[in-house]
Design a protein around this ligand. Structure first.
Ligand code: 7TS
Length: 419
């Protein structure tokens, strides 16, 4: 077996980014008369033809509500929806497809865990630990729970380089620590957190671990059993899939104990006005008509990235990240935020001559899309003493020419605003 695997690894063709780019129709579009240079995949990634065609084909040929009709079309839609769940199970290497809950996005997955697990099992004085680099999606649900149930919310500080240090987590863990909820990868800095070690420390103290994989899932292979986490969330739209669909992975014994998050159709066993019972997993957590075509489209997106290979995507993006970092660092007056070793495809920066928003408006005129703002990580921005940064983030379709276009647009910013 391993001989076959090795042979196929050797035989795998080189990563042909120009060919890959042709799968993404939007990349041939022009913006302000210039070819689009898309460097905002951390906010939402573009979609390959394979995903667009799948969603279109579902609506044209296989669309009906799921889990209801005995008729052919509903059976086909249900099989494809459940097939997508199985694709996601394999993608995350979860043990059972009943551990894969479809949500709207990563945000909903975190809110589900906070309300259901947190609401049932966390009480006054119990501690939830997050980190200083979290997206607001992994701060606010815990704050709301804290204010409702008297929890203690603790925050692991981040170093000036944007590193998460295990000893800083260790220093915060006590016997009252019940949950550690952190990002797998930072959307604002690119820092990749040492998640296996975080899980080991938390579990040794009897605490559960939720990982926010909104960014990481698009940039590296994720194996929830190897990591050992209890919950993992991500969004389809950052993984080259449709918006409106996301995933919560939870270990079965936890999901089974947890009460429903939302009530309605699909999630019940029997209903009377006196008492109702709940459907089996995963349906207990999927109230209402789900995002059917979007879930199937997410399955197609995962097939797409799996065929390219997450390891090869990561290698391509890391080489490009090194190139981009070198190029940007050579621009006078440009400062990069977040230089943690092992970071992935995000570069946050500002320039001494222009505000991040002005900078992004100027580069947009050259067809270059970068995000400017607080990146939904205001506490992190406060730590660095800035209100906003500009951010270039990489996807599997970016190439050196994209970076060169950004650098040349930033040179123009210096010409315009430099003294
Ligand atoms: N967690 C992280 C680490 C994120 O980067 C984001 C979105 C979310 C959670 C929320 O994802 P959603 O799909 O539920 O909205 N991050 C960004 C970003 O960096 N720019 O726009 C959205």
């Amino acid at each position: 077996m391993s001989g076959v695997a090795e042979a196929s690894a050797v035989a795998s063709p080189p990563y042909d980014v120009e060919k890959i780019r042709r799968d993404f129709p939007i990349l041939s579009r022009r913006v302000h008369g210039k070819p689009l240079v898309f460097l905002d995949s951390a906010a939402s990634a573009q979609k390959p033809r394979q995903v667009i065609e799948t969603v279109k084909q579902v609506y044209e040929e296989d669309y009906a509500n799921v889990h209801r009709g005995a008729y052919e079309l509903s059976a086909r839609a249900t099989a494809r929806y459940e097939g997508a769940r199985e694709t996601i199970r394999a993608f995350l290497n979860a043990e059972k497809s009943s551990e894969i809950i479809f949500t709207r996005n990563a945000t909903e997955g975190i809110n589900l865990v906070a309300n259901s697990y947190g609401g049932a099992f966390l009480g006054a004085g119990d501690e939830v630990i997050v980190s200083e680099l979290e997206h607001h999606s992994n701060i606010i649900p815990w704050q709301l729970l804290r204010d409702r149930q008297g929890l203690v919310l603790k925050v692991v500080p981040i170093t000036d380089d944007g590193e998460f240090r295990l000893e800083d987590l260790k220093a915060l863990i006590t016997p009252r620590t019940k949950l550690v909820a952190v990002a797998h990868m930072s959307n604002a800095l690119g820092t990749v957190l040492p998640v296996r070690e975080i899980v080991r420390l938390a579990h040794a103290a009897g605490a559960k671990v939720l990982l926010d994989g909104a960014q990481a899932a698009a940039h590296q292979r994720v194996d929830v059993r190897e990591i050992g986490c209890d919950f993992y969330v991500f969004s389809g739209h950052k993984l080259y899939g449709p918006s409106g669909i996301g995933v919560l992975y939870g270990r079965q014994e936890l999901l089974q104990e947890m009460p429903p998050f939302m009530g309605g159709g699909e999630m019940i066993g029997t209903v009377t006005f006196e008492k109702s019972t709940w459907a089996r997993l995963p349906h207990k957590f999927e109230a209402g008509t789900p995002a059917i075509a979007q879930a199937i489209g997410l399955g197609a997106a995962i097939d797409y990235v799996s065929e390219l290979g997450l390891d090869r995507i990561a290698a391509h993006e890391n080489a490009l990240l090194n190139y981009a970092t070198q190029q940007l660092a050579s621009i006078p007056g440009l400062r990069i935020y977040g230089t943690a070793p092992g970071k992935a495809g995000v570069i946050s920066f500002d320039m001494d001559c222009a505000h991040a928003h002005d900078l992004s408006t100027v580069v947009d005129r050259a067809g270059v899309a970068v995000r400017a703002g607080h990146h939904c990580a205001q506490p992190l921005m406060a730590k660095f003493g800035v209100a906003a940064t500009a951010r270039a983030s990489l996807g599997l379709y970016n190439n050196k020419a994209d970076i060169d276009a950004l650098v040349s647009a930033l040179d123009h910013v210096r010409e315009l605003f430099g003294r």
